[in-house]
Design a protein around this ligand. Sequence first.
Ligand code: NDP
Ligand code: GDR
Length: 335
Amino acid sequence: MAKKTALVTGITGQDGSYLAEFLLKKGYEVSGIVRKTSHEDYANIGHIQEELKLYQGDLLDPISLREIIQKVNPDEVYNLASQSHPSESFKQPIHTAEITAIGAHRVLDATLDVNPKSKFYQASSSEMFGWVKEIPQNEETPLNPANPYAASKLYAYAMTRIYRKSFNMFATNGILFNHESPRRHLGFVTQKVTYAAACAKLGIKDSDHLNEEGEPIVRNGKVALGNLDAKRDWGFAGDYVEAMWMIMQYKEPEDFVVATGETHTIKELCEEAFNYVGLNWNDYVVVDKRFIRPTETGPLVGDASKAKKLLGWTPKTTFKDLVHLMVDSQLARLK
Ligand code: NDP
Ligand code: GDR
């Protein structure tokens, strides 16, 4: 039997790399879209690069997208590419919309135009719940975005539903809550905190890696964070890419919330990471108002009972295990 073919946008990112690994294991032929950059060191997919087919394209460029879809002729398209930093979206709202909203629409439209039988997955986000209307959040919870990234995701989510209903496409949304891993960018809070805990454990007072303001993440032995009371529902990225695939195998194209159902504050994250290396987080964390966002999303906590019931999906990694595996990975890298 011919191999199934998947096309993954955002394959160099955290989720793209885990999804590519997962699909290769399932026997898929996996193609990915990469941007033309000056330095082509794909850190997250280096270990599987030879098994992948990579095509240069950009969500800003509809012609490249059409050509790639034509060449690959995919059974399944996973649109994971985006400007994925909500914090950055306050600084670059239009750029974010170009990629995260219209870019996603370009991939959706090119799929319909070139290969309408292909299934389509849109990487939708719990950020769309924004200033939340209810707790916990499920597929029926009203969407109320609180930043330009979330508004862009809302547009792409809505277009995916519109194409499904209007053009009879197998177009789905996975509404994923935060999911993390050692492959996360250091700009996200779980990586920042676990990196700082590892530095503290190793006695590193000034780190090599820089924060969003271009300063060492750890400076004079301290890490500067923003809102410590924000609440997030954090899972492990490796578990969440399985849900993406399950959503695409379901008999009907539907939208699914993917979450752990547990929420924690940033303070609790700090406590878990620093306790794990035998230290008190209060000695290492300072609040810096430059990292406090103009508006905050949440409190986020997802109700994934639909995914559990219809797909049989459940998360395997606990919050504790996730934080520990991220600290361990940072310790190994720094050593
Ligand atoms: P990452 O930031 O790790 O990856 C983003 C990917 O998008 C990278 O491969 C990046 O390429 C690519 N990309 C960015 N701009 C463009 C463009 N103009 N053209 C083509 N490719 C582009 O994100 P994650 O892996 O964490 O997330 C995957 C998707 O899921 C994103 O859409 C994100 O918004 C969404 N999401 C993520 C959640 C999470 O908790 N991780 C939760 C809910 C949704 P390059 O390497 O060149 O920068
Ligand atoms: P988020 O992730 O915005 O939820 O988006 P991030 O880790 O950036 O923020 C989570 C929460 O932590 C608070 N916070 C800080 N955040 C950062 N980055 N840096 C800090 O110093 C800091 N201090 C406190 C934030 O205010 C926020 O409340 C991620 C991305 O993966 C999106 O693409 C995805 O859609 C959502 O998760 C679900």
